[in-house]
Design a protein around this ligand. Structure first.
Ligand SMILES: CC(C)(COP(=O)(O)OP(=O)(O)OC[C@H]1O[C@@H](n2cnc3c(N)ncnc32)[C@H](O)[C@@H]1OP(=O)(O)O)[C@@H](O)C(=O)NCCC(=O)NCCS
Length: 152
């Protein structure tokens, strides 16, 4: 798996992936908004350098967003692997690649998911993240913030 910083040639891939309801809900949550080439382009341009595209054998298979919050803290989020490529170690490889490249300067990496998202919870736990905040979203679903401290 390789990562490249997103560019305008990748926008149609993101728009097409988000037209799949499963991808959309995982990436955006249940509230559906119109996604077009222009809205994705605006979003990408609003946080330059944050979105990365995953590639396998010359094919785009997902994306991830990595956003600095301040000089110490960055957020790893919106990691989405094409369903056909899941459970093959790609999510773990992405996190390792990010932490060892653009993420290397940050002392704390945070990531947020919901209590329903067993795959994301297991993925983050396996990669050494710990839950640091749990807030209710509804009666049965909670938002869970994980963090990983870089040991130095
Ligand atoms: C979460 C996600 C990125 C993981 O990607 P992946 O390529 O499948 O991850 P890996 O193959 O590296 O798996 C790492 C660990 O995650 C956990 N995991 C992954 N998928 C799982 C599943 N369906 N159920 C339970 N645990 C799961 C396992 O602990 C796994 O380790 P193991 O295979 O040794 O048991 C992927 O499932 C995905 O794209 N999900 C939809 C989008 C999403 O929810 N993103 C997170 C947003 S907060």
């Amino acid at each position: 798996m390789e990562l490249t910083l997103i560019n305008k040639n990748d926008i149609d891939f993101v728009v097409e992936a988000l037209s799949d309801p499963e991808f959309y809900e995982m990436a955006r949550g249940p509230e559906v908004k119109l996604v077009t080439h222009d809205t994705i382009e605006q979003e990408i341009n609003s946080v330059p350098g944050a979105w990365w595209i995953m590639w396998e054998d010359g094919k785009r298979i997902g994306w991830v967003r990595f956003t600095p919050k301040n000089v110490w803290v960055a957020e790893f989020g919106q990691v989405i692997v094409d369903p056909e490529y899941r459970r093959k170690g790609i999510g773990s490889d992405v996190l390792r690649l990010i932490l060892n490249s653009v993420g290397v300067v940050f002392k704390i990496i945070i990531s947020t998911t919901t209590s329903k998202n067993v795959a994301a919870i297991n993925h983050l736990t396996k990669m050494g993240f710990e839950p640091v905040e749990i807030r209710p979203i509804t009666d049965s679903v909670k938002r869970v913030t994980f963090q990983k401290r870089r040991s130095q």
